[in-house]
Design a protein. Structure first.
Length: 237
């Protein structure tokens, strides 16, 4: 039996690689970082459900949970999440205002509005403020997870039916700030005279604003105007 060759140190020499054999490539295994998600919703059941769903995904993690808009901004500054899921209507600071404050600190912040409100004005204000996605809370689970990944990758996610409402809002006639003020007081049941006193304008001017509101919204009564404005997100009752 042949004896093994010894090296100069007396140890067994390592076997030689056959001539022409390729070297084995040096491989480094990098652990892919998970998408950090901040959840902001004033309903604890919604927050807990979203957190549970996200934590089950191997490529995601929850970095914080906020119960109001002010807390959402504070937690965003603390954790700098990759993606923020934000409700539109929250106490202390509404969703649109929270988006504006967050993006004031980082214009590249990736925020998805997750809400029950699908009015064209709601969508318009959120996207205008800088939201990268707008989803309703009845969105399928996997569609929500896919949207988080897409927004994290730099895409914008607005479902087709909501995008159509947004396009209609952009192309349609817009109520002026004064007309919105009149509409809000109409919703409170104020008469033209009472609206004029509250806004320091004449009753005749109020009538002109009401006429313009009816024409722009294509309605024929105050009740219809208020209902339409509430549905679209122009006013909140």
């Amino acid at each position: 039996m042949k004896s093994k060759k010894k090296s100069a140190s007396g140890r067994d020499a390592a076997p030689r690689r056959p001539v022409g054999a390729a070297r084995r490539p040096y491989q480094t295994v990098q652990k892919k970082s998970r998408i950090g998600v901040l959840i902001a919703d004033d309903h604890s059941v919604v927050r807990e459900g979203l957190a549970s769903l996200i934590r089950r995904k191997p490529d995601m993690t929850v970095v914080g949970e906020a119960s109001n808009g002010r807390e959402a901004v504070d937690l965003w500054k603390q954790h700098r999440p990759d993606v923020t899921l934000l409700d539109l209507r929250m106490p202390e600071l509404d969703g649109v205002s929270a988006i504006k404050e967050i993006r004031a600190g980082d214009e590249n912040a990736r925020i998805i509005v997750l809400t029950t409100f699908d009015g064209d004005e709601d969508i318009y204000r959120a996207i205008q403020a800088g939201a990268k996605g707008y989803l309703l809370k009845d969105v399928p689970r996997e569609a929500l997870m896919d949207s988080i990944r897409r927004v994290h990758a730099g895409e914008t996610c607005v479902p087709v039916h909501l995008a159509a409402k947004l396009a209609e809002r952009v192309s349609g006639e817009t109520l002026s700030a004064r007309e919105i003020d009149v509409l809000k007081l109409m919703a409170q049941g104020k008469s033209n005279k009472e609206i004029g006193s509250a806004l320091f304008i004449s009753e005749g001017t109020v009538k002109s604003h009401v006429k313009a509101i009816f024409a722009k919204m294509n309605v024929v009564s105050r009740t219809e105007a208020v209902a339409n404005a509430t549905r679209r997100g122009l006013i909140q009752l």
